[in-house]
Design a protein around this ligand. Sequence first.
Ligand SMILES: *Cc1c(COP(=O)(O)O)cnc(C)c1O
Length: 478
Amino acid sequence: MTEKANKKKGDSSKQKEKLSSLPAVDKLLMNPKVGDLVDQYSKKVVTKAVREAISITRERMLSDDEDIDTTEPSLISLIDDWLLRTHKTMLKPVINATGIVLHTNLGRAPLGRDILENVMRVAEGYSNLEYNLEKGERGSRYDHIVKLIKEITTAESSMIVNNNAAAVLLTVDTLSKGKEVIVSRGELVEIGGEFRIPDVIEKSGAKLVEVGTTNRTRLSDYEDAIGPETGMILKVHTSNYRIVGFTEDVSAADLVALAKKYKIPVVEDLGSGCLMDLSRYGLPKEPTVIETVESGVDIVTFSGDKLLGGGQAGFILGKKDIIEKIKGNPLNRALRIDKFTLAAAEATLLIYKDVEIAVKRIPALSMITMPYEKTQARVKRIVRRVNSVPHPGFDVISADDSSQSGGGSFPTVDIPTKVVLIFPLEISSSKLEERLRAQAPPIIARIAQERIIIDPRTITDREIPDLTKGILNALGAV
Ligand SMILES: *Cc1c(COP(=O)(O)O)cnc(C)c1O
C-alpha cells in the first residue's frame, strides 16, 4: 500500500468514527427541547426537521476538515432554523416605503385594528351571517349593512360582492344581458390589466354602444343612441387618468333626467368610492358616494379597498327593486362576499358615521391626509437613528419629495412629503434596493436617480424600529 492510500484509509476510518458520533433520529426526538418543538409543530414535521439537521451535519462532516459540532444542542439549533425557514407562510407583511398609499401590488388599503378585531370576532366561531336572530330563521348576508349604508349615503338599498369589477359585471349582466349599454368614448377605461369596460360589457352578454368622442361627449350624443334595445346608460369614473383641455362630459344628474324620459336605468361605476370630501385636506374634489347617490342614478358601484379604506369588496348601492334583481342573479352566487370581508366592511362603515373620526381611524385616509409636518418628524427620527451608527459607503439624508394616493385615485396629485434619501457610494442603487427587499420584514422602497427613497407616509409608527433596523442591516452597519 502506498503512503497516500494509507492516509486515505486512515481518513475514512476517522470519518466513520466521527459520523458515528451523530445522534440517532429517535434519540434526538427524546430530547425535551425537541419535545417542545413537537408540541408546537407536530411529530411528523419535527421528525423531518431532525432528519434534515442530521443530514446537513453529515454533509458538512464529509466535506469539511474542521471539527463539526455534533452535540445535541448544535443539532437542535439546526432543527430550529430549518423549521423557522420552511414552516412559514409565503404571503407575509412588508414595509411599504414607496409612499403609494393604495399600492395594488402591496395589498391596497391596510386595515385598522378595530376593523381587524371585528373580523377576528366573527371569523373565530359561528356568526349570524345568514341567520335572522329576531325571527329565528334564515336571513340574508346583505341585511347587516343595508341600514348602515342608508344612514351614511342615503342609498335606499345595497349589497356587497367580491370586488368592484364583480359589482360592475353583475350589474350590467342583470340589467342589460342581450341589450345595449351606452357608454361615452371618454369613459371606456382600463383599470390595471384585465378590467376593461368594453370587455366587461361583452362578458356580461350586453352590446356596447359608444357615444361621443374621447374628449367630448354631450347629452344629445346619449339621447341619439337611445333605442328599443337600450338596457342602460353606464357612466364610468375615469379613476386612473385625466383628460385635460378641450373637454366636456355629461353630469350624472343630466343623464338621470334624460334616462327618466325613456325609462332606462343609469348606472355609475365610481371606482374609488370616496365617502367624504377630501378637498379640505388639499386634495382635488372627487365625486363622493353620497353626491352620486343623491344625483339620482339607479345604481352606483365602487371598491371597498380604495379610498374607502376597507377590505377588498365591491359595493352596489341604489334602488331597492334593482338591488333585489341583482341579488337574485345566479351569477351573484359566484361573486358573493365572504364573512371576513363582510365583517371588515361593516366595521369600516361604522367608523364613517363620523367622517372626522374616519380620517383618523381608517389607515388609508390618515396616510393620504397625513400633514407634511408629520412626515418631517418621522424622517428626522429615522435619519437620526440610522446616522447614529457608522455606515461607510452610504449617505443618508432627508429631502422633499411627493407621495401618491394610488389605486387609481387622484392620479395627477403629488402629495408633498419629506423622505429619507440613501445614496449608495460603492454599490448600485438597485443592489441596495434588493438588499432592502431581503430584510425581515422586507422593505419596499422607490429608486430614483441612483438613490433610494424611503417615504414615511405609508409606514406606521409601529414599523419604524423594524424599518431602521432593516436599513442599517442593508447598509451593512449592524
Ligand atoms: C378600480 C376600479 C374598478 C375595479 O375595482 P376592483 O375593486 O379593483 O375590482 C372598476 N372601475 C373603476 C372605475 C375603478 O377605478
